[in-house]
Design a protein around this ligand. Structure first.
Ligand code: NAD
Length: 332
């Protein structure tokens, strides 16, 4: 039996989490859920959006499935997601983007896995005002931070039978930070002679991604470029509603969809649980429950291929829970 922490989140989080939990339970995977709350409601109740009990639970179980959490803009608490990544040193953000049948996209045959560094770079948010009319943000790269994400990307390629790793940077301009990342990428590539390696400048990569996405396989990027390019990749395969993700550290793994809490759909049973479900499939694979993972993915693909039960963002009228029911029906 695997113990897994389940954080339903807020907005559409509770609805999509309960749909995904029902599907995973129906797959027969031996999972015992520890439900922990985080987000705005917890802020009011406990004075923090990320209660210690949630962190302790993830430390205990080592694995969490997490719904989206609303982050107030400008004021209020900092992102729970960023806090979790920092607290648990979840230095890998893994975001696959591949085409599924009946999920509208301009492209076919996209199968990209984006590996984003998750703890350093401008995204660490080390910034301050310089007087009243200027602001400074500090971009921090460490050699070990570069090495561990690059090592993860190459190991991922080997373990998942991928052929190529592309390191993405802007080393022509940022010679110290991105330059260090590129230097380490080239050195790491030497250790993996069976994996093809290339590097690309981030702006040129974006153009190539929208022209010929099928030429890319595993992408490895520093934090901020990874943040932006991963949404671009989600757009290549049908948008945020279908894009899963994982945050991985040495000891803990937190699986969550890329999308946010879609506040205007909260409580309407109209959200698409597919991205969180695919994150759940990644979680099952992480738990070495390959058979259950494949069954869930096949059942999901069967339902969307049939096209009679599609959630609103995929052009259908099926509610969140009814979409889950249709998938569960395929698992029987
Ligand atoms: P969002 O992802 O919540 O919504 C953007 C648009 O994408 C929505 O209007 C909707 O049309 C569509 N969409 C996304 N997921 C969908 C789904 N599952 N089903 C149907 N439609 C879907 O992005 P936002 O509006 O920028 O953010 C809303 C809140 O979520 C903010 O507070 C933000 O900080 C937070 N957020 C949280 C996470 C997280 O918890 N990991 C990630 C991103 C944003």
């Amino acid at each position: 039996m695997h113990k897994v922490t389940l954080i339903p989140g807020d907005g559409i989080g509770p609805e999509i989490s309960s749909a995904v939990r029902r599907i995973i339970d129906a797959s027969g995977a031996p999972i015992e859920w520890e439900v922990e709350q985080a987000g705005e409601a917890q802020m009011e109740r406990c004075g923090t959006p990320l209660p210690q009990s949630a962190i302790d639970s993830i430390r205990r179980t080592g694995v969490a499935l997490k719904g989206p959490i609303t982050t107030p803009v400008g004021t209020g608490f900092r992102s729970v997601n960023v806090a979790l990544r920092k607290e648990l040193d979840l230095y890998v953000n893994l975001r696959p983007a591949k085409n599924y049948p009946n999920v509208k996209s301009r492209y076919e045959n996209v199968d990209i896995v984006l590996v984003r560094e998750n703890t350093e770079d401008l995204y660490a948010g080390v910034e301050h005002m310089v007087g009243k009319d200027a602001a400074e943000s500090i971009k921090i790269f460490t050699r070990e931070g570069c090495r561990r994400i690059l090592r993860y990307a190459f190991e991922y390629a080997v373990n998942n039978k991928r052929r190529k790793v592309t390191a993405v940077h802007k080393a022509n301009i940022m010679k110290c930070t991105d330059g260090m990342f590129l230097e380490e990428a080239r050195a790491m590539a030497q250790q993996y002679p069976n994996i093809e390696f290339e590097d690309r400048i981030v702006d040129a990569l974006c153009m190539k991604l929208v022209q010929t996405p099928e030429m890319f396989d595993v992408l490895v990027l520093p934090n901020l470029y990874g943040d932006i390019v991963s949404d671009l990749c989600a757009g290549l395969v049908g948008g945020l509603g279908v894009a899963p993700g994982a945050n991985l550290g040495e000891h803990e793994a937190v699986f969550e969809a890329i999308h946010g809490s879609v506040p205007h759909r909260a409580g309407t049973n109209t959200a698409n649980p597919m991205a969180l479900l695919l994150s759940g499939v990644m979680m099952l694979r992480h738990l070495k429950e390959e058979q259950a993972a494949q069954r869930v993915e096949d059942a999901l693909v069967a339902v969307i291929r049939e096209g009679t039960h599609l959630p609103q963002d995929l052009g259908g009228k099926t509610g969140t829970q009814e979409f889950a029911d249709a998938i569960i029906e395929k698992l029987r």
